[in-house]
Ligand binder design. Structure first.
Ligand SMILES: [Zn+2]
Ligand SMILES: [Zn+2]
Length: 180
């Protein structure tokens, strides 16, 4: 292999060093990360750079750009972290969710009102979940409340019917007793 074909040559050829970031000017993945072909495989170039300068990346770790510049290959701007830490640092939905102290309706995301999905770590407001369930039920059964109250008054009137009869009988007894 000629010197020009080596991964190292192809790497440095597309690196534009600044006092801060080392910008990658070569090919990019759709994700916005730089790509470089190593032994027929396209790999993310910031990973290549990290391994080149700092050594292999542990299997369970991800590389985090401390500078948030996806095209930066400066090893000093890269840190191997767990997937969760990486997520927390970013502005992903999970990360924003993890930092929230209140839901969008202002209920506190703590104590009794906080529900955490044990699998994903997603935090939800129980008050809002309850409201949503109630609203959903109302939408699905718009006449439920009316039906329930009518049913109840029907039940009441049934009881009242017999007790009313009973009452009127005792009342008339009382009345006749008084008259005598
Ligand atoms: Zn950088
Ligand atoms: Zn809420």
């Amino acid at each position: 292999m000629s010197r020009k074909g080596t991964p190292l040559y192809r790497f440095w050829r597309y690196v534009e060093k600044t006092s801060g970031c080392w910008n990658w000017t070569g090919h990019k993945f759709v994700s916005g990360y730089g790509s470089i072909q190593i032994a027929l495989r396209k790999v993310r170039v910031h990973r290549f750079s990290y391994e080149l300068h700092k050594g292999p990346i542990p299997k369970d770790l991800q590389l985090d750009h401390l500078c948030s510049n996806r095209l930066c290959v400066n090893p000093d701007h890269l840190e191997a972290v767990t997937a969760r830490t990486n997520n927390m640092r970013g502005n992903s939905i999970t990360a924003v969710n993890a930092r929230k102290v209140a839901c969008m309706h202002g209920h506190p995301l703590s104590g009794e009102n906080l529900w955490v999905n044990p699998k994903t770590g997603w935090r939800a407001c129980l008050a809002c979940v309850r409201n949503r369930t109630r609203a959903y039920y109302k939408r699905k059964h718009p006449h439920a409340r009316e039906f329930r109250s009518r049913w109840k008054s029907l039940e009441d009137s049934k009881c009242n019917l017999s007790s009313a009869r009973h009452l009127s009988r005792t009342a008339s007894f009382a009345a006749t007793a008084e008259m005598q």
